[in-house]
Design a protein around this ligand. Structure first.
Ligand code: IPM
Ligand code: MG
Length: 372
């Protein structure tokens, strides 16, 4: 039996092309692994009314972790229009399978390294090396939403003095999405960030919130951070408001180190940070829980490029690297890291997005060839 069983979720569009590229690189590390492919994505929404079939969840439960390519997601009405006619009006509702996986497997920490590799012409600066820790299961993306607003819930919120101006608004004219934080959820993401900072001898942790306006939820996160920082005296701790952070990250990204944020702020700030180091071709994440993890490039399924084999596989390859690190295969992970940075620095093999005209698998091969 192989040492690891890993689920492959190539998903939609170019997801398949980048997963193939990552496998080419993993192969060269001689990881003792058995892969099990599982189904996810738009195709299964259209034909089964479920983009994340139960059989896929069952497969994942029997694996150590998962490598995820990309999926296509569309807003509510478009999703309904593409559902097989015989499944319509049967109560199927589209949901984001990646968000559901994060919830189902309690993958509470979304870790997003944003490092400028030397020689990447898309770098904003060459000295950026941030790691973002985004809370991944709660906050505004916890999925507790109402439209129309149910009467019993309305009764509760109508008691709030801020509701006076809304009192005449009918339930059907109002929509509510709840931003729910738990103390445990705050502590978990803060601990992930501080522990990583300690392990990797990083200088600072910066919390990104907005407690001056969102007093209760952001306030809870800030309070927990202030308590926790005392356990990490060697690490500097800063607090920022999310709006100001967007500005400072563009102004002085090299000054930041570890960033930590709740779900939506982390989502937004991580796209901003990704663009500073080359954009979607280089941005990847680990969705990490206590006993399961899923690794993915941040980009989507890029339908317009499907079959052209031209997208940049580096984000997917780096996601595989992060997976190796999580598995404890640090030597193999370091080999991939070194190979990727050499290929970028050398500049001979590049996909279109960073100034070349090579194909997806050319880049994967160049990386793989540097791993002995
Ligand atoms: C991300 C993506 C997802 C998110 C979408 C696809 C649901 O933007 O991983 O950052 O919002 O979390
Ligand atoms: Mg995002």
């Amino acid at each position: 039996m192989a040492r690891y069983t890993i689920a492959l979720l190539p998903g939609d569009g170019i997801g398949k092309e980048v997963v193939e590229a990552a496998l080419m690189v993993l192969e060269k590390t001689k990881l003792d692994v058995e892969y099990i492919e599982a189904q996810i994505g738009w195709e299964f929404w259209k034909t089964e009314g479920n983009p994340l079939p139960d059989r896929t969840i069952r497969i994942l439960k029997n694996t150590a972790c998962a490598l995820f390519g990309a999926i296509t997601s569309k807003p509510k009405e478009e999703a309904m229009n593409e559902l097989a006619p015989k499944l319509r009006e049967k109560g199927f509702v589209y949901y984001s399978p990646i968000v559901r996986l994060r919830q189902e497997f309690n993958l509470h920490t979304n870790m997003r390294p944003c490092k400028a590799y030397k020689g990447n012409p898309l770098n904003f600066r060459d000295d950026i090396d941030l790691v973002i820790f985004r809370e991944n299961t709660e906050g505004l993306y916890c999925g507790v939403e109402y439209h129309p607003v149910p009467e019993d819930f309305r009764k509760v919120i109508n008691k709030h003095r801020k509701m006076n101006k809304f009192k005449i608004v009918p339930n059907v004219e109002m929509a509510v999405s709840l931003r729910i934080f738990t103390r445990k959820g705050c502590q978990r993401i803060l601990k992930s960030a501080f522990d990583f900072a300690r392990k990797h001898k990083r200088k600072s942790v910066t919390l990104i919130e907005k407690p001056n306006v969102i007093r209760e939820t952001s306030g809870m996160m800030v309070n927990e951070a202030r308590k926790m920082r005392n356990q990490y005296p060697e690490i500097d701790f800063y607090e920022t408001n999310v709006d100001a952070m967007a500005m400072w990250l563009v102004k002085n990204p090299q000054k930041y180190d570890i960033l930590v944020a709740s779900n939506m702020f982390g989502d937004i700030i991580s796209d901003l940070a990704a663009q500073l180091i080359g954009g979607l071709g280089f941005a990847y994440s680990g969705n990490i829980g206590n006993d399961y993890a899923l690794f993915e490039p941040t980009h989507g399924s890029a339908p317009k490029y499907v079959g052209m084999h031209k997208v940049n596989p580096i984000a997917m390859i780096l996601a595989a690297r992060l997976m190796l690190e999580w598995l404890g295969e640090e030597e193999k992970a370091a080999k991939i890291e070194k190979a990727v940075s050499e290929v970028i620095a050398e500049g001979k093999v590049r996909t279109y997005d960073f100034g070349g005209n090579n194909k997806t698998l050319d880049v994967a091969k160049a990386v793989a060839d540097r791993i002995e």
